[in-house]
Ligand binder design. Structure first.
Ligand code: ADP
Length: 179
């Protein structure tokens, strides 16, 4: 599924984010930038050790929840990896929605600052961090839509979902948003 936003594209795809041939891929990182499972495991496995070497050197203090940092993409087809730290779901009363929104917004802003025309994003916080998918998908897509409306650089934002179920949830949210 794909929608056009002032000539820019927001689309949904099923797949593995580490396969994406785009300028930047967004990683679902943790605040220690320590490496983990899910997206992060795949990024470091496929991208090789230079990614961790670069983040350790440039961001020794890690990255706060709700923010993002950028690194080399090592052996991945992308030029950059943007490590975004979404919140861990704790019931919804701990500012999770704002943190998830700012993780996406910061990640997209970094892509723009680095001249990226195309960005692939995962469903931040929807794996081990346990964010309810319906709410997370609405935040992810609304934040990206409003970013694309304002940003001159990013022409394509592609959400890469890892299962049919996730793709279905994101498709429903995108339909709702664009209707
Ligand atoms: P978080 O810790 O932020 O919850 P995870 O990496 O555990 O992040 O999961 C985020 C989402 O990404 C989940 O929906 C998960 O199924 C999905 N996912 C896991 N591996 C990949 C991958 N290689 N490409 C795209 N999505 C992935």
């Amino acid at each position: 599924m794909r929608v056009s936003i002032q000539g820019r594209t927001l689309e949904l795809a099923l797949g593995d984010i580490t396969d994406q041939e785009v300028d930047a891929i967004v990683n679902a990182a943790n605040s220690q930038l320590a490496g983990g499972g899910g997206v992060d495991g795949a990024v470091h496995r496929r991208g090789g050790r230079t990614i961790m070497a670069d983040t350790t050197k440039r961001y020794p203090g890690g990255c706060p929840t709700g923010s993002a940092v950028i690194s080399t993409a090592g052996d991945l087809p992308a030029r950059f990896v943007i490590h975004a730290v979404g919140p861990r779901w704790g019931g919804g009363q701990s500012g999770e929605a704002k943190l998830l929104e700012s993780a996406y917004r910061t990640a997209l802003g970094l892509a723009s600052e680095h001249g990226c025309a195309s960005v692939a994003l995962p469903a931040l916080s929807c794996g081990v961090y346990g964010y309810p998918i319906d709410e997370a998908s609405r935040i992810a897509l609304a934040t990206t839509q409003s970013f694309l409306e304002q940003d001159p650089n990013v022409q394509l934002a592609r959400f890469v979902l890892f299962s049919e179920g996730m793709l279905g949830a994101f498709s429903a949210a995108l339909e709702e948003l664009s209707s």
